[in-house]
Design a protein around this ligand. Structure first.
Ligand code: SD4
Length: 295
């Protein structure tokens, strides 16, 4: 059914964004616009303490954000890593995706690009974020002790529009108390996200260092391309890679994956417990919980 539209996104924090972007999809809007609108909603909300304004800073008390955007028709991809003082990293990533070269910028170069391109600049550190950093800074002494602070998550989303086009995006401030310059999976195509309108898309949340070892978003899209359902592809990618890392590396961090195919069917798998949001034409927008046992 070419007129089907659908979206899936990580975490409860995506709910308001999924409501907003669904009304655009309902009216015939584009998947890329839905992805950007959803993520902007999360980035602007200081109550969501892991993405955008009011998120949690690195070890030195500075906010460094990662974000990416991909268009599943043209395969155009843009990303930023370690960008600072920019309210909407997703919009910078999307604008970069329209370039053929220099479409993935890091650090000062990314920040400078956003500034000269007229993106809204802001001090992203709220008083509440600074207070939490001060408390944590008193305890954290080495980069190795910076772990995935609970509730410190990435917004990742995949949308299918009524015209059959798909897009994906991510945005995060990465791990709380991360080492300055640390980049997670979220801006890396194939790891934090991937989408191909002819097949479907996937996105990740969890410990980026482990997600990127398995290129899990690409793996899920490839498995869907070889005929697996989104649920089968997510189960296969997450559980097999979780086993592989446990056996060969000795440990594994949190890994949660979402997927959506070109028919609007979705899947999700996790090695911890996590929530996600879904929207599909003709159905109610839902917040759902997944757990390591699969259902
Ligand atoms: C990262 N994957 O930077 C992100 C953080 C995250 O749940 O999603 N945490 O590694």
């Amino acid at each position: 059914d070419q007129s089907t539209w659908a979206s899936i996104a990580t975490w409860r924090m995506a709910y308001e964004g999924i409501v907003k972007s669904s009304s655009g999809l309902e009216e015939g809007g584009q998947a890329g616009d839905a992805v950007e609108a959803l993520i902007r909603e999360v980035e602007a909300n200081p109550d969501y303490t892991s993405v955008g304004y009011g998120a949690l800073p690195n070890r030195e008390g500075e906010m460094e954000m990662d974000a990416a955007f991909m268009d599943g028709n043209s395969m155009a991809m843009g990303a930023v890593a370690g960008i600072q003082h920019v309210l909407h990293p997703i919009s910078v990533a999307r604008q970069l995706s329209r370039r053929h070269t220099s479409s993935f910028l890091v650090g000062q170069g990314a920040t400078r690009y956003a500034q000269v391109s007229g993106f809204e600049m802001r001090n992203m550190l709220t008083d509440r974020a600074r207070e939490r950093w001060e408390l944590e800074a008193a305890k954290t002494t080495t980069p190795e002790s910076a772990g995935p602070y609970r509730g410190h998550d990435t917004v990742g989303t995949i949308s299918l529009d009524a015209h059959g086009s798909m897009a994906a995006g991510t945005s995060t401030s990465g791990l709380f108390m991360k080492e300055p310059g640390r980049v997670g999976d979220s801006p890396l195509p194939g790891s934090g996200f991937y989408v191909d309108s002819a097949i479907g898309g996937a996105a990740a949340t969890g410990l980026g260092e482990d997600i990127m070892k398995g290129c899990l978003s690409y793996r899920i899209v490839a498995l869907m391309g070889s005929g697996l359902s989104p649920q089968e592809a997510c189960d296969s990618a997450v559980y097999e890679f979780d086993d592989l890392l446990r056996n060969r590396y000795g440990k594994v961090g949190e890994i949660s994956m979402i997927a959506l195919n070109k028919r609007g069917e979705w899947g999700v798998a996790t090695n911890v417990e996590f929530t996600f949001c879904t929207a599909r034409k003709g159905e109610q927008i839902r917040i759902l919980m997944a757990n390591p046992d699969g259902k």
